[in-house]
Ligand binder design. Structure first.
Ligand code: BDP
Length: 605
């Protein structure tokens, strides 16, 4: 049976119990946990916070950098009053792979650290008694994992992660874990697709259930008035005078789905849905038929102490800062973000480019530097990439689209970040991934991937798969920085002219451009890393963006400073933030605010 990806919600027929808090925890460097019975309880365990990354709690380096197997476990009671229903354990994320044991029995394995999965525990559960869930996680990287990298082993057997990506390889139970109780006959999934005609809107829907009883869907407006209703697993909900979901002007209808047997409600699920359309036409990205210019950021889920652990307070602060600065969009670089963040984006009217964790598909730990020099790495020539990696990529894509398809905020799928596209071997791989996204998404949202510096108009073999082109460009930083920025501008213009000459008739977005900046470092005249240079660098980028009509968006790298591996290129992390890691503005934030306040959403339409 299809695994439900519905966000856990309590309704008249469903119960949700939170399992977050302090869990038992232990590293398993020898991989002996299972043979020693840790699935029944972890001996000599530490305590660990869920949700959080385990890394930054530790004061010793070996623990913070730990790579290999590690275990979490907790106890929970399942009340007998839930008998007769299904009981699922829902992990919103387990990074990067997990085996789940309940009362000692191995019930599931999940690969991929940024998407949810559920484990049906009906047959393993003890009613009205204590149960134990143990999870063996693993955070090793390879060419088959999303994100990709390698794992090195020191002479004493200790392993270390070598990411091919520029963010710290945080791991653990980084998002909530919950028990979800549903009735025997349950709603498994639903999908919406919207059409607008005049003042009216029509939402075509499909509901999947595990049985044959009747389905009913009611739609309520924000005042609680019934706006539309329909019977059946498929149907069309028609709303006259519909309030559309718009950029920074969100409106959410409440969709109430029931399975019923006459007057008896068998199952109920409730979700807030924004009604809007998205399409690419010529060089425009259209939301509700109107051209939009994206202003915003590439971001990270990253904060002090809890690493990549879900932190609603930080997420809330981020939205407040994005509104303050005049942004209207962000990309979930470089992995799917928590569902709660997409819910906030739905509520605030933000446009989201939803990215999958296919990052590091360029075999180098300094790819951000080396790609600027034109280096290549034959990543897609690897047989295992063409088989296992592609399988993992497709599985993650299925999960991503199932999880996020109904969010109004999600206007596009980013299917890879900075892959190596200069090699023919990438082409069939891209073809399969891009076709699958199209096939799975009923709304047929635009698809893209972020192009690394060496993916140029004359070298990239894959840009034609994109519905809009996303460029990550660092002219004036990795290439011709500082006093040489004038050369950078010339090179940048030369590249843009080459794209223009291809006459692709597609929108272009800058999904990355940025300069590392040490907050508080001032220098007159500017030098690289000073706050003055960040502003000069941005000014140059904007002059280029503004002179090409087909450039339909700018998302700066990065919203905030964030943690990476240590190395000669990074000073306690990446400092390209417009805000510091503790979410305070650098000087460039005020400059951006002035620019974006004056750039209307329909700029260049
Ligand atoms: C790009 C990557 C991004 C890096 C950024 C940088 O997509 O993850 O953090 O460059 O170098 O290569 O700052």
């Amino acid at each position: 049976m299809k695994q439900s990806m519905l966000y856990p919600r309590t309704t008249r027929t469903r119960r949700v119990a939170d399992l977050c808090g302090m869990w038992d925890f232990r590293f398993d460097p020898q991989g002996c946990g299972e043979s020693e019975g840790w699935q029944n309880g972890i001996p000599d365990a530490l305590k660990m916070v869920v949700p959080a990354s385990f890394n930054d709690f530790f004061t010793d380096k070996q623990s913070r950098e730990y790579t290999g197997d590690f275990w979490y476990s907790t106890k929970f009671i399942v009340p007998a009053e839930w008998k007769g229903g299904h009981v699922d354990l829902r992990f919103d994320a387990a990074t990067h792979r997990a085996d789940v044991f309940v009362n000692g029995r191995k019930l599931a394995f999940h690969e991929g650290g940024f998407l949810p999965f559920t484990v049906r525990i009906d047959d393993a559960v003890k009613w009205n008694e204590e149960n134990i869930v143990s999870v063996r996680l693993n955070n090793e990287l390879s060419h088959q994992t999303l994100p990709a990298g390698t794992t090195r082993t020191f002479s004493d057997g200790t392993k270390i992660s070598k990411p091919y990506f520029d963010f710290f390889n945080y791991a653990g139970l980084q998002r909530p874990v919950r028990l979800v109780v549903t009735p025997q006959e349950e709603i498994l999934d639903f999908t919406v697709n919207h059409k607008i005609s005049g003042a009216g809107a029509q939402t075509d829907y499909e509901v999947e259930t595990s049985g044959n009883h009747d389905v009913h869907v009611s739609v309520f407006d924000e005042d609680g008035n019934l706006a539309a209703e329909c019977d059946g697993k498929r149907g069309a909900l028609k709303i006259d005078n519909a309030r559309l979901w718009n950029v920074l002007d969100a409106y959410l209808y409440t969709f109430c789905i029931t399975i019923h047997d006459g007057g008896e409600i068998i199952d109920e699920y409730i979700e807030q849905i924004g009604i809007r359309t998205v399409e690419v036409r010529g060089t425009d990205i259209l939301v509700n038929g109107k051209s939009v210019y994206l202003k915003g950021f590439g971001k990270h889920e990253d904060f002090f102490v809890r690493g990549r652990g879900l932190d609603l307070a930080v997420a809330k602060r981020d939205f407040e800062l994005m509104k303050w600065i005049g942004a209207n969009s962000f990309r979930t670089s470089h992995y799917p973000y928590s569902e709660e963040i997409l819910q906030m984006a739905d509520r605030e009217g933000f446009l989201v480019i939803d990215e999958i964790a296919a990052v590091g598909f360029f075999a180098s730990i300094l790819n951000f530097m080396e790609a600027s020099t034109g280096k290549t790495s034959a990543f897609f020539d690897d047989e295992a990439v063409q088989t296992k990696t592609k399988e993992n990529h497709k599985a993650a894509l299925r999960e991503l689209i199932q999880r996020d398809k109904n969010h109004a905020c999600v206007i596009a799928w980013s299917l890879l970040n900075e892959p190596e596209t200069t090699n023919e071997a990438a082409v069939p791989y891209f073809h399969e991934i891009f076709s699958l996204a199209h096939e799975l998404d009923v709304q047929k949202r635009p698809r893209t991937f972020a192009l690394i510096m060496n993916s140029m108009p004359d070298t990239c073999k894959c840009y034609s798969f994109c519905d809009f082109i996303s460029l990550n460009r660092y002219y004036g930083w990795y290439m011709s920085g500082g006093y040489e920025i004038r050369d950078a501008k010339e090179k940048f213009i030369a590249e843009m002219n080459a794209w223009r000459d291809l006459k692709l008739d597609k929108p272009f977005i800058f999904t990355e451009f940025g300069a590392d900046t040490a907050a508080g470092m001032h220098k007159l005249p500017s030098v690289m890393w000073s706050e003055e240079y960040q502003e000069e660098y941005l000014k140059m980028q904007f002059e280029v963006f503004d002179s090409y009509d087909f450039v339909k968006g700018e998302q700066i790298w990065n919203f905030a400073d964030f943690q990476t591996v240590e190395g000669i290129m990074r000073v306690d992390g990446n400092k390209k933030g417009v805000f510091t890691r503790d979410r305070q503005p650098k000087a460039a934030a005020y400059m951006l605010r002035r620019r974006w306040e004056n750039l209307k959403t329909d700029y260049k339409s």
